[in-house]
Design a protein around this ligand. Structure first.
Ligand SMILES: [Zn+2]
Length: 334
């Protein structure tokens, strides 16, 4: 996918193209920003631009090199991703050995390190050496949610490009390209995405709706008899293979973001939770829920949601993490 096909990241792409056109491509880039906003696609487009057979402002997307890169079948292009929870030292060693070979046929041999925050300490050290003394005609692109999750020694040796959250218009435009999604699904997925494209959620649409509707019922009526139901469901969601807990965390982020938004008196048509035909809940329920929380509490809960997500990422017991988050919200409200 050439740069021209990537929506909403014009600023990042302009910086990258400027470096390429001035022949000042660094050996190591670091692309940061939230998930699903086009960082990986941009890294692939950069690889295509550097190697495309037709020399022009953007890769052609159609020559044999562009196509091989797109299909991850180009001998001078490698993507390194975590195997399991982490990127392992053996994976790193293998790919660095590969990187140090002369390019087979490319102008630049490119290694993309996706989810670079999953580098263990030993693996990060191995990487550091290569970044300090790069082989000629090689480029490493690290992709990560935030530079804070990487060792400073690595960050300081990379040229960082920050990717911005996408506007809701852009996320909808991207989702609308999928013919399987109805307009209502596009609306709901876009609100869940909070600036990113969560197309993979389309397969779990009904689960998402159940989680959302159940949760809104709790959030609009905090009564003693709802607590038992809430805790029981939270436990089930934490255990379920359908990963309802993930949708719950995503949804709570949108909800408490909207509450803060309302408290600031900002425009209601920018709320993520709008009324639509699929999702009968929306602005009215937000207003009903608002009375339970002060602005300070809203921010605190927002942080708690993110902490629960990180804890689960680090192997915490999902049911316990979700139960304690729900209990925290309930206690704050009552
Ligand atoms: Zn091409």
């Amino acid at each position: 996918m050439p740069f021209g096909d990537i929506l909403g990241q014009e600023h990042a792409i302009e910086l990258i193209c400027h470096a390429v056109n001035k022949d000042r491509v660094p050996h190591s880039w670091l692309f940061t920003g939230q998930a699903n906003i086009g960082k990986f696609k941009t890294a692939v487009a950069l690889t295509q631009k550097l190697n495309c057979r037709k020399k022009s402002d953007d890769a052609c997307g159609n020559c044999d090199y562009c196509l091989q890169i797109k299909e991850d079948n180009f001998p001078d292009f490698l993507v390194l991703r975590p195997e399991g929870k982490f990127i392992k030292i053996d994976q790193v060693r293998k790919s660095l050995n590969w990187l140090n070979l002369h390019p087979d046929q490319a102008n630049k041999r490119v290694l993309i390190l996706d989810k670079a925050e999953k580098l263990g300490r030993e693996a990060a050290n191995a990487f550091l050496k290569t970044i300090e003394e790069p082989a000629p005609n090689t480029i490493i692109i690290l992709i990560s949610l935030s530079k804070k999750q990487l060792p400073e020694t690595i960050v300081s040796r990379c040229q960082q490009i920050r990717f911005r959250p996408l506007s809701s218009k852009i996320t909808k435009d991207i989702l609308r390209k999928n013919p399987d999604l109805t307009e209502e699904m596009v609306e709901l997925l876009s609100s869940y995405g909070m600036g990113s494209v969560k197309e993979d959620m389309a397969n779990s649409f009904e689960i998402m709706q159940t989680v959302q509707n159940t949760t809104i019922k709790w959030l609009t009526s905090f009564k003693p008899d709802t607590l038992e139901d809430l805790m029981g469901t939270a436990e089930l969601w934490g255990k379920s293979k359908n990963e309802e807990w993930r949708f719950l965390l995503d949804f709570l982020e949108t909800w408490f973001r909207d509450l803060a938004w309302l408290n600031f008196g900002l425009s209601e048509n920018k709320l993520l939770n709008q009324d639509n035909t699929l999702n009968i809940y929306g602005v009215r329920e937000l207003k009903q829920c608002r009375k339970y929380f002060s602005q300070h509490q809203i921010f605190e809960i927002f942080r708690e949601v993110q902490e629960s997500r990180s804890a689960i990422d680090l192997n915490a017991n999902k049911s316990l993490a979700i139960e304690s988050l729900c209990l925290h919200i309930y206690r704050t409200a009552t």
